[in-house]
Design a protein around this ligand. Structure first.
Ligand SMILES: C[S@@+](CC[C@H](N)C(=O)[O-])C[C@H]1O[C@@H](n2cnc3c(N)ncnc32)[C@H](O)[C@@H]1O
Length: 259
């Protein structure tokens, strides 16, 4: 696992991984947009959710952020609920989407009884504990029913991400500007083993996501990050015509069954 630190100087809204910092990060979010709905429909994660979890399944989005996936899954016939440790995010979600269940809680101690859910999804959450993702995966196992499915993504540890991280968050800068542990990058085999060690049968463990500007050219990414529409266009261009290699997949997906 590759440990990444982030300096307070570069990404202003996320200087660490506290509930407050995440609340701030997602403050402007207005919920599921039409663009997101379309993007989720084409997203590989949606394909695996549909393959492994029948409609009406009760699914927890652990670390739901702005709650868009909870909304998307409910619209598509699932009973999805959201959990996040940011009180601000959960309060906002309770106000704007009172028809769904929202929990303010930590994935390391989920406020839910044993064997309750058919599925858990969790995108980009379990890598944010400096002690590692094992305790969170044990909690996922506890609240799933037997045969329930965990579908989880984490950042992909490969040469390109290490290079991008070292370039964007150099240790010297981190030390000078009071940086913090931010997240782990994890290898495909490592994530599979973590799930197996917690009593899961792993059905699928693979890299996903395709090329992004941050991985293909971290130098240019850093330069154009604040250029708004130009940044978005460049990113899209790299996605469409960038190199098709596992090396540039920025996430790993694990689909695992509680046995
Ligand atoms: C990278 S964001 C991902 C949000 C969302 N899953 C998405 O894909 O848009 C990480 C989210 O996990 C939440 N989070 C991080 N650590 C957590 C923990 N230990 N318990 C509960 N939520 C946590 C943060 O508040 C944040 O909303």
């Amino acid at each position: 696992m590759y440990k990444e630190f982030r300096s307070t100087g570069f990404l202003e809204t996320i200087s660490n991984t506290s509930p407050e910092a995440w609340g701030e990060h997602f403050k402007q979010s207005k919920g599921l947009s039409r663009y997101q709905k379309m993007a989720f429909t084409l997203d590989e994660r949606w394909k695996w959710i549909r393959s492994y979890l029948p409609k009406k399944s009760r699914i927890l989005d652990a670390g739901c952020g702005a709650g868009e996936w909870v909304d998307f899954l409910n619209i598509n016939g699932y009973q999805a609920e959201g959990l996040d440790y940011s009180k601000d995010l959960i309060n906002k979600l309770k106000e704007h989407k009172p028809q769904y269940h929202w929990y303010n809680g930590n994935i390391l101690d989920i406020p839910i009884e044993n064997n309750e859910f058919d599925g858990i999804i969790s995108w980009g959450v379990i890598e944010h504990d400096e002690k590692g993702p094992l305790e969170a995966i044990k909690e996922f196992h506890r609240i799933l029913k037997n045969g329930g499915m965990a579908i989880v993504t984490v950042p992909h540890d490969c040469k390109a991400t290490r290079k991008a991280s070292e370039m964007m968050f150099p240790q010297k800068k981190v030390k000078d500007s009071g940086g913090h542990f931010f997240q782990y990058y994890i290898e495909v085999g490592e994530l599979k083993k973590l799930f197996e060690d917690c009593g899961f049968k792993v059905h699928l463990s693979k890299s996903i996501g395709g090329p992004s500007l941050a991985l293909v050219s971290p130098g240019i990414y850093k330069k154009v990050l604040n250029w708004g529409p130009i940044f978005r266009m460049m990113n899209l261009l790299v996605k469409l015509i960038g190199p098709r290699s596992k090396e540039y997949d920025h996430n790993i997906l694990c689909v695992a069954e509680k046995i």
